[in-house]
Ligand binder design. Structure first.
Ligand SMILES: Cc1cc2nc3c(=O)[nH]c(=O)nc-3n(C[C@H](O)[C@H](O)[C@H](O)COP(=O)(O)OP(=O)(O)OC[C@H]3O[C@@H](n4cnc5c(N)ncnc54)[C@H](O)[C@@H]3O)c2cc1C
Length: 368
């Protein structure tokens, strides 16, 4: 008899794995450091695959209040291009989505331990030893590592030291600005990064920014400097935020995002951002998290070893990661960034094409 896996981290990846294992009659233990629902650095864009996977796990993002998104808008300097999204999408806060997934995991039979932070994870013979703040250490034959943007001590993912910065804030926009953004996800390109704006549930608007570390320092190393720098280059962006009221006491931030990272087998089942970090402009990270969580659980249930799972996952994600990496490099600076909007204005279909081909799964009706 194999003992049930220990799942570290209750974001979309960890909860998807927990729900899948619990539905198969197991009682996985899910360890999460937050004591209750929290906001997370994420653009809150739920792509069609994320919506469908959430549904298959018993969570309906539309019923949770997700705001429909039908259009994608790209802006740079004074120029804007727009195209219809080739698939339905939603704006839904991570606080709401993650809480619903966690409830679902608990209802399905997973043992949920919140408010517990994993400090260390080491191999001890044929077991993993997991050290948790203020608790007795746990041992497990199988660990699903789903701590997302945060690495356990001693297990840093390569690239985190030079990795990008992510920042986020919720706003109540002025009425005209809110109307102009209705039904759209808007990506503003600026030297060193991009900023995404869209509505989420309860009349709020999310602004989420990904910026290279050196550009962030150049803009003063803070939120105000970053907003000022983007607003100086884009009147549209500055106009959207004019008269907006910030809804969090301070912006959320995460550093060291290793865009492009793809895990190699190391004895763990790595899920979500611990398996692959797709550039944020694709808005497909949550889909990858939900998919990899489900697939890891299915692999374990079928008796597959972690190495086989990680190899398969890496092969599945590689094409999408390659294209996303190219778009990310082009979108964060240089001549491609400057040419992006004029090109898309000439060929608006390109935006939909990029959106479709950076999806994890391309349902036949989307393939162009
Ligand atoms: C700037 C930015 C914008 C993005 N925008 C989008 C978007 O619009 N759409 C999209 O689909 N994706 C987006 N992503 C990607 C998306 O946020 C991630 O891919 C997704 O959150 C990965 O899910 P996860 O479950 O692997 O990790 P996470 O969502 O990070 O969840 C990990 C969980 O583990 C917990 N945890 C961490 N450390 C510990 C510890 N030591 N002990 C116990 N628990 C721990 C955390 O509290 C958290 O609940 C964006 C990412 C960034 C950086």
């Amino acid at each position: 008899m194999r003992r049930d896996p220990l799942i570290l981290g209750a974001g979309p990846a960890g909860t998807a794995a927990a729900i899948t294992l619990a539905r198969a009659g197991h009682r996985p233990v899910l360890i999460e450091r937050s004591a209750g629902p929290t906001d997370k650095v994420c653009g809150d864009f739920l792509s069609i695959d994320a919506i469908e996977w959430a549904h298959s796990l018993g969570v309906d993002p539309t019923a949770l209040g997700g705001e429909p998104i039908r259009t994608v808008r790209l802006t740079h300097g004074g120029q804007t291009a727009e195209a219809a999204l080739p698939f339905p999408a939603l704006g839904l806060s991570r606080r709401t989505l993650d809480a619903a997934l966690l409830r679902q995991a608990e209802n399905a039979g997973a043992v949920v331990r919140t408010g517990q932070t994993v400090r260390r994870l080491n191999r001890d013979g044929d077991r993993w030893c997991v050290q948790i703040d203020g608790q007795a250490a746990l041992t497990a034959e199988t660990v699903f590592l789903a701590t997302g943007k945060h690495d356990p001590r001693d297990l840093p993912r390569p690239g985190t030291r030079q990795g990008a910065i992510g920042m986020k804030m919720y706003f109540a926009l002025a009425p005209n600005a809110a109307r102009a953004l209705e039904g759209a996800t808007e990506l503003t390109l600026f030297p060193g990064g991009y900023a995404g704006l869209q509505h989420v549930e309860n009349g709020r608007t999310v602004l989420c920014i990904a910026v290279r570390r050196e550009a962030f320092q150049r803009y003063g190393g803070g939120w105000a400097g970053l907003l000022g720098a983007i607003g100086q280059r884009s009147r549209r962006f500055a106009g959207t935020l004019e008269g907006a009221r910030a809804l969090l006491p301070r912006p959320l931030a995460v550093a060291g995002i290793p865009y492009g990272y793809l895990a190699s087998p190391d004895g763990l089942f790595r899920l979500g951002d611990q398996a692959a970090v797709i550039p944020s402009l694709t808005g497909d990270g949550m889909a990858i998290a939900l998919y990899s969580g489900q697939k890891a659980a299915e692999a374990w249930l079928s008796g597959m070893e972690s190495g086989g799972f990680q190899d398969n996952l890496g092969r599945t994600l590689a094409p999408q990661m390659r294209l996303a990496g190219l778009l990310h490099r082009g979108g964060t600076g240089g001549p491609i960034q400057a040419a992006a909007v004029p090109i898309v204005r000439l060929f608006p279909g390109l935006l939909g094409h990029a959106a479709t081909h950076t999806r994890l799964r391309r349902p036949a009706r989307l393939a162009s």
